[in-house]
Design a protein. Structure first.
Length: 494
């Protein structure tokens, strides 16, 4: 066993000062002077105070972003690349600090914050740092004589990014990277529960030489600061990750100036295990599919379908593995599952567990809050339900906590419609050693991403997004460039 992670002096200093808004390159308080506390979900205690930005602060930030836009868009592609690479370099230099802030603010285990979250965020920044010199148009063979026709990709202008608390850094860089690479300027409104890493990123962006106003951060609440950003007449695009209900509100708010919107929303993703699969590997994958990030994961594999012949074996294996997971403070070295993000989230998840029991589900394991030292935090034991009715609330709604519902199925024809029976369509997983069946299911599962004999893998080069009420638009990959540019067609009579 290792030792509890010791806080870096830089992290202690960061937490020691009240955090302000970054607008036009200057750190300023909210116009109202108001602040709010961000809490450590492992203890329920405040970490520091953060400026409570509202509509007038959003307006100032949008004006600053508008003023910075022409010069940023006019930079040579290689100049933008250099600045974005320097930004990624600084993230790398301050990796441990970013990971500690993420663990404190969000609760996730430090080794996950360090080895997964911050690494992925840096990888994304690097991928998009290289994008400006590869932003090309096309030429077209038109059927009229004597023309040259080509397209240009032009930035949209001022973009807004609204991010959730579950992967605060990655959700931010996934939007900052492509927005800035394509020559847009940006206003970011991070989740109220986890504002700290966005603020530290903004300091690093300034230090990297990204010009004032190109990247602005306004911390605050969704229904004030967030709503103002989505309704602002001078914002050209909003990229959002979060709940489906807020996604709907954003679409409505965007109607005023018909700003572009891309939405990464919730999910209730199925993971299907056939009896010919490598069962121990499948059980391990199913374990992390639901319990990674304490289930607070948009692609959480929260509906597990296991072929009937191996159902008891797989569930037994899964429950044994779940029982060995260590729930605890993310700064403790042996923690594998951190707390939920807030008392509110914990209450919601516990309510789902009650509904599961009331609806006749069988608790295979978990369902309890750990006591002792952990009583002050928002912890919940990893929880697995069997015998759940497929039309019950816990089988249909996104729980966003460490709660799995498991079902038995007979064959491919039985499981496919059941897996597809969801208003969401973000991700799906299939475990089988039958090649044809794997590809048939990949084709017919209604989801933006299908993982075969694996789960929850991402890469900056691979597009990600959902269908149905999981949202629209894609992030990552080169395809995200379409979400941050307008295509202009130019006709030249030769
Ligand atoms: P949320 O309300 O959708 O929050 C996501 C972001 O949107 C936050 O920055 C939030 O601000 C902001 N926001 C809230 N209302 C807004 C509005 N009217 N206009 C503009 N922005 C607004 O999600 P949540 O309350 O944190 O979590 C609730 C549920 O959402 C979860 O239980 C889960 O089901 C789902 N969720 C999904 C994902 C995902 O990755 N797909 C991520 C997080 C949550 P505040 O910081 O003030 O809330
Ligand atoms: Mg917090």
């Amino acid at each position: 066993m290792g030792q509890r992670v010791a806080l870096l002096p830089a992290v202690a200093q960061f937490l020691g000062r009240e955090q302000k808004l970054l607008i036009g390159g200057a750190w300023v308080p909210a116009a109202s002077g108001e602040t709010f506390a961000t809490l450590n979900p492992a203890t329920g205690r405040p970490l520091t105070q953060v400026a409570q930005g509202a509509a007038v602060d959003i307006d100032r930030a949008v004006q600053a972003a508008r003023a910075a836009f022409p010069a940023w868009a006019a930079l040579l592609p290689a100049q933008r690349e250099r600045l974005l690479h320097r930004f990624a370099d600084l993230m790398e230099e301050h990796k441990a600090e970013l990971a500690q802030l993420e663990t404190l603010d969000n609760g996730k285990p430090f080794n996950v914050a360090y080895n997964v979250e911050v690494n992925v965020a840096i990888g994304q920044m690097r991928y998009y740092a290289g994008a400006p010199t590869r932003l090309t148009g096309e030429t077209y063979p038109v059927s009229s004589p004597g023309f040259l026709v080509y397209t240009r990709r032009e930035p949209l202008g001022v973009c807004g990014a609204i991010t959730p608390w579950n992967y605060s850094l990655v959700m931010a860089t996934q939007k900052i990277g492509p927005a800035l690479a394509t020559g847009n300027t940006l206003v970011l409104k991070p989740a109220e529960q986890t504002p700290l890493t966005a603020l530290r990123l903004a300091e690093l962006a300034l230090a990297a030489g990204i010009p004032p106003g190109v990247f602005n951060v306004v911390t605050g609440f969704g229904d004030t600061a967030g709503a103002a950003l989505t309704a602002h007449p001078d914002v050209n695009k909003v990229a959002f990750t979060g709940s489906t209900d807020v996604g709907r509100a954003i679409v409505r708010a965007s109607a005023g100036n018909l700003k572009h919107v891309s939405l990464e929303l919730g999910g209730k993703s199925p993971l299907i295990i056939f009896d010919d699969a490598d069962l121990p590997a499948a059980a391990e994958a199913a374990l992390w599919a639901i319990f990674a990030n304490s289930g607070q994961n948009c692609v959480a594999g929260s509906r597990l379908y296991v072929q009937r012949r191996v159902y008891d074996t797989v569930l037994g294996e899964l429950a044994a593995r779940a029982g060995r997971l260590k729930v605890g403070d993310g700064l403790e070295p042996d923690t594998s599952l951190g707390p939920l993000i807030s008392q509110r989230q914990l209450d919601q998840v516990l309510h789902f567990v009650e509904q599961g029991v009331a609806g006749g589900g069988t608790l295979v394991t978990g369902g309890q809050r750990p006591g002792g030292d952990l009583a002050g935090g928002y912890f919940l034991q990893p929880t697995i339900f069997g015998g759940v009715a497929e039309d019950s609330v816990i089988a249909r709604e996104e729980i966003f906590g460490p709660v799995l519902s498991a079902f038995a199925f007979d064959d491919e024809a039985d499981v496919l419609p059941r897996a597809n029976h969801s208003r969401y369509g973000l991700a799906a997983g299939v475990w089988t050693n039958n090649l044809s069946r794997a590809h048939r299911l990949a084709q017919h599962l209604r989801a933006g991403v299908v993982w075969i004999n694996t789960y929850d893998w991402f890469d900056p080069a691979v597009p990600f997004g959902g269908v149905g009420e999981s949202g629209y638009g894609r992030e990552l990959g080169s395809q995200v460039m379409d979400m941050y540019t307008e295509l202009k067609s130019v006709w030249v009579k030769l």
